[in-house]
Design a protein around this ligand. Structure first.
Ligand SMILES: Nc1ncnc2c1ncn2[C@@H]1O[C@H](COP(=O)(O)OP(=O)(O)OP(=O)(O)O)[C@@H](O)[C@H]1O
Length: 297
């Protein structure tokens, strides 16, 4: 499902004294199957943009084409269908859990869309497995008797059960500890690899954007400030900082390392800027500084 936005703008409460233009001049093309990250400081327009993408808001300027859907749409019915195909997991999605059991909660969207009841249990259990929860073990539990990370998985299963063509995750790891953070993002990465569903991650973490996404949009004051692969975007630290953001820590290290070897006139080769994970960095450094004279043992 390709996504195209042409000069899209969005104004809250237009024509009133409270009118506020949150987005302007947004043009972008996301081909199907990409893993995108949207980054930007607080208030830069990320949430407004993703609410446009799933039809919760309609553009007040410009046009959008999301698969077969054209926006602004004249009929509400089309927007409901769009929302089924573009799944949006809000920040702290666990606050939206409300049913007595995990299975009932995950089934909610399917029941609502009128899917025949005999088709529901199979889809619900498959969605639970997809997020790493055993349906036998968790299906009949109360969602409120689960850990924060497990609740988030249940909420995500409730989005995935609709089998959306596009999955949007608004800060999916906010409030989780480092292990929970890593587990959720690894799970999303695995699902993306297996299912090639367009995935859009909204994040404040430059590290996560660089590690997981193959294309980034940097938002600043309601506009797209930069876009490109992580390597392209993080090659311009001044522009990143002008948007109130910083480089991933590994990229900062690489800049400093390359600067040191340049100043010292060392013959060590500079590090490439396409490294975003510690293991690859360690390998590159080990190659540049092999132990002399073999093992000491
Ligand atoms: N309902 C609303 N009415 C008026 N202005 C709004 C409304 N919602 C958001 N805004 C304003 O629109 C701008 C963009 O907000 P948005 O929530 O899209 O930013 P964001 O990048 O998602 O921020 P955060 O990282 O804090 O979630 C902000 O200046 C915000 O104050």
């Amino acid at each position: 499902m390709d996504i195209r936005l042409e000069s899209v703008g969005y104004t809250y409460s237009p024509g009133t004294p409270f009118a506020y233009q949150a987005l302007q001049g947004i043009s972008l093309h996301i081909p199907h199957g990409r893993y995108i990250a949207i980054i930007g400081h607080t208030g830069s327009g990320k949430s407004t943009l993703i609410q446009l993408l799933n039809g919760l808001l309609q553009p007040t300027e410009g046009t959008m084409q999301i698969g077969e859907f054209t926006l602004p749409a004249k009929k509400k019915k089309g927007l409901e269908k769009l929302r089924q195909q573009v799944g949006l997991a809000f920040q702290y999605p666990e606050y939206q859990l409300f049913e007595e059991t995990v299975r009932k909660d995950v089934a909610f969207g399917l029941v609502n869309m009128g899917l025949p009841s005999e088709m529901i249990p199979g889809r619900v259990d498959a969605a639970l497995r997809l997020v790493g929860l055993d349906p036998q073990e968790y299906g009949e539990k109360s969602p409120f008797a689960l850990s924060g990370g497990q609740m988030r998985r249940v909420a995500l299963a409730g989005v995935l059960v609709m089998n959306p063509a596009v999955l949007i995750l608004d800060e999916p790891t906010a409030g989780l500890d480092p292990a929970g953070h890593h587990a959720i993002l690894e799970m999303v990465a695995r699902m993306h690899q297996e299912e090639k569903r367009t995935t859009i991650l909204v994040t404040h973490s430059m590290e996560d954007a660089a590690l997981y996404a193959d294309y980034l949009y940097v938002m600043n004051e309601g506009r797209i400030w930069m876009e490109g692969t992580p390597q392209q975007v993080f090659r311009d630290p001044d522009k990143i900082r002008q948007a109130g953001l910083d480089l991933p820590e590994i990229t900062r290290f690489i800049y400093q390392f390359n600067e040191r070897i340049r100043i010292s006139g060392s013959e060590v080769a500079p590090l490439p800027f396409d490294i975003f994970d510690p293991e690859t960095l360690a390998d590159e450094l080990a190659r540049r500084f092999p132990r002399k004279g073999g093992s000491r043992r």
